[in-house]
Design a protein. Sequence first.
Length: 200
Amino acid sequence: MGHGLLLVSNDDVIAPGTGFMTHPHRDMEILTWVLEGELEHKDSEGHQGVVYPGLAQRMSAGTGIWHSEINPNRSKPVRLVQMWVRPDTVRIKPGYEQLDIGKDLGRGGLIAVASGDPKHAAISIRQKGATLWAGRLKPGTEVRLPDAPHIHLFIAKGGAALESAGGLLEGDAVRLSAAGELRLTAGSGAGAEILIWEMR
């Protein structure tokens, strides 16, 4: 919790047929990234749908919103990462956005999932100083972390090696401050799925 503009990054597993019943949020940008399974979203603004791997989803709580997140499957769990970012403008009208970027992820490298500059990402967030990157990296693939005042790296699946830090396993997170463009190399086995917050 609490690195730069990123307030929360939760790696959750929700059992079949259960979830987070209707509850409120205010003045928060909430992004949900499903790794396995499906998550059903409903909110008080009338948005409803199922979030699945490869779907970028953002909810802006703004002046206030109620929502629920349920695993609709009766036999399989859902694993997801939910991330909260402080907005740069408060008391906005609540909003919702989603976009399937599965094909882009399949090409490899880093994909801009969400950003305060909507021209450079799949979906937008109300925070000009933050960008969420995702990557599904094949074994041995190398990428460079952005050079930013604050970086939060999460290994969602597989494993990787980070320059100057060493080996990282699934579930590991690294917080960096003004560390420069460090190299990250996906593991030689299953590769890696990663999430990176670039914050200025």
